[in-house]
Write a protein that binds this ligand. Structure first.
Ligand code: COA
Length: 464
């Protein structure tokens, strides 16, 4: 049948479309700024007909009213990345958090580990062949749509038509809901002097011809302003935001040196302003793929000189990095951090950078700590970590011993915390840690023979 006829047959109102969702169904919701808000609002309108509908979502940028306490009878949120709207719901038991690398999320759906009944997505209008683009959210949205029993798509002319492996044919959609909604936008981040200091340090680690991945937030964004004198940078990333557009327009980003997808920027989702969405629309320089491709470390590593830039919340003396929990609180998710840390470290000439302000809570807490907080979980292993950057400099941890790492990290901690951190270092490593102190002398010598202790003392003298 002609796709135009199919289109007309499948066209329904939002409420009609979502009334096909049944109590107890597991429903995947299109990701981040590509969330189909018209469909979610329609679900709220008829919420009385639902009991225990499970909504699976990763980064949520909309109001996420399904997380609200008054909707707990109707909806249950399965979170793959906590955000401002889902954090409280997770703590109060109305939502459940499932840890996963971003690259692995499609498998949860396609291999029926989390079998899906329904997928909701937002797409561009069909082209002359009947294909709609997933636009700014291809990521897990496309694999979810390909796995679900029922597919409901919100079709809006404001969704950019992105290219690559980003399309769905009208025949694969069960119900189409036309809307005039615009994809959610993300304002430009406010870049502080601290962000700028960090950006300057990171720019010093980036060379002409490098291929970049840039994570979420002001810190990764702040480096873009420092790259205007670089040449032939490439992009293979999970997402990018507005700053990249300036560097393409000024000729800094050409992707000419990329080994894989030469001349193209590769991504899986976008969050930014209308300017970004206009830039990616029908742009042959931008290739979108599902996240199990973009974030596969073996794919990432095919580009030489891959540099990943992400942020974190805490790092301990040994180099264990916490990026998604604050103590027992699930703050965000690991997202694609480990995918890119590993991909970059496997790439010839590759480097991974984790950058953050040296303090949190308006300067009251050091993010460089002797040991991670109780309840916190390690996002990036100390065996994977490479560069840590704060506004006070760069610590290159790869190939460094634990004591050298502590020394380098204390060197880039906020000056107000350095002496306390040195004292902790001394008490843990030089006077014997609490476990050591409880051991009888004979056993302690076995664990920490004289020469090792002398070596340690030498390192410590460098620290102080
Ligand atoms: N202890 C207590 N509170 C802390 C803290 C710590 N160690 N570290 C940070 N915080 C607080 C901050 O003070 C801030 O609170 P405020 O908003 O009240 O000031 C809040 O936590 C957020 O910290 P901030 O560093 O500003 O967060 P961010 O928005 O820059 O995001 C991450 C940083 C690490 C949370 C975010 O990048 C992330 O989730 N990363 C993991 C996923 C990832 O890297 N994906 C990669 C590809 S996109």
């Amino acid at each position: 049948m002609n796709w135009k006829t199919l289109y007309q047959q499948k066209r329904v109102s939002a409420v009609d479309a979502v009334s096909h969702i049944r109590s107890g169904d597991r429903v995947a919701v299109g990701h981040a700024c590509g969330s189909p808000e018209t469909l979610l609002s329609a679900m709220m309108e008829i919420k009385e007909q639902y009991r225990g509908v499970e909504l699976v979502h990763m980064v949520s940028m909309g109001p996420s009213t399904y997380c609200a306490e008054e909707n707990a009878r109707h909806f249950f949120h399965s979170s793959l990345f906590a955000g401002p709207n889902s954090r409280t719901a997770i703590h109060q038991g109305r939502a459940m958090f499932t840890p996963s690398h971003f690259s692995q999320i499609p498998r949860l759906f396609t291999e029926d580990i989390m079998p899906l009944d329904v997928a909701l997505c937002m797409v561009s209008p069909p082209d002359e062949h009947g294909y709609c683009s997933f636009g700014i959210s291809v990521d897990y949205t496309k694999p979810a749509v390909e796995s679900a029993r029922l597919v409901i798509a919100e079709v809006t002319p404001h969704m950019p038509r992105t290219l690559g492996d980003a399309f769905i044919h009208i025949s694969k959609i069960d119900y189409l809901v036309e809307s005039d909604a615009r994809p959610i936008t993300l304002p430009l981040p406010k870049i502080t002097p601290t962000d700028e200091a960090i950006g300057g340090h990171i720019a010093g680690l980036i060379k002409n011809g490098d291929c970049l991945q840039l994570g979420i937030g002001a810190v990764p964004d702040s480096i873009l302003g420092f790259l205007s004198d670089k040449k032939d940078l490439g992009i293979h990333t999970e997402m990018f935001s507005d700053g990249v557009v300036d560097l393409v327009e000024s000729g800094v980003i050409t992707c000419a040196k990329k080994n894989l997808h030469t001349g193209k920027m590769v991504a899986t989702f976008f969050m930014g302003t209308e300017r970004l969405y206009t830039f990616v629309h029908n742009n042959p320089m931008v290739m979108m793929f599902p996240v199990d491709y973009t974030n596969n470390p073996a794919i990432i590593a095919q580009n030489d000189n891959m540099v990943s830039v992400n942020s974190a919340l805490q790092v301990d003396f040994t180099g264990q990095v916490v990026s998604d929990t604050i103590g027992f609180q699930q703050y965000s998710g690991s997202g694609g951090q480990v995918d890119f840390v590993r991909g970059a470290s496997m790439s010839k000439g590759g480097r991974s950078i984790l950058a953050f302000h040296s303090t949190a809570a308006r300067g009251k807490i050091s993010r460089i700590v002797p040991h991670i907080d109780a309840g916190a979980s390690v996002t990036t292993l100390r065996t994977d970590v490479h560069f840590i950057v704060t506004e006070y400099g760069v610590a290159d941890l790869r190939g460094k011993s634990v004591s050298e790492r502590a020394k380098l990290l204390i060197g880039i901690a906020h000056p107000d915390f350095r002496s306390a951190l040195r004292a902790e270092f001394e008490s843990i490593y030089l006077k014997g840690n609490p476990l050591m102190r409880t051991l009888p002398d004979e056993l302690r010598r076995t664990f920490w023979p004289h020469e090792a202790r002398q070596n340690f003392l030498r390192t410590y003298q460098d620290v102080s």
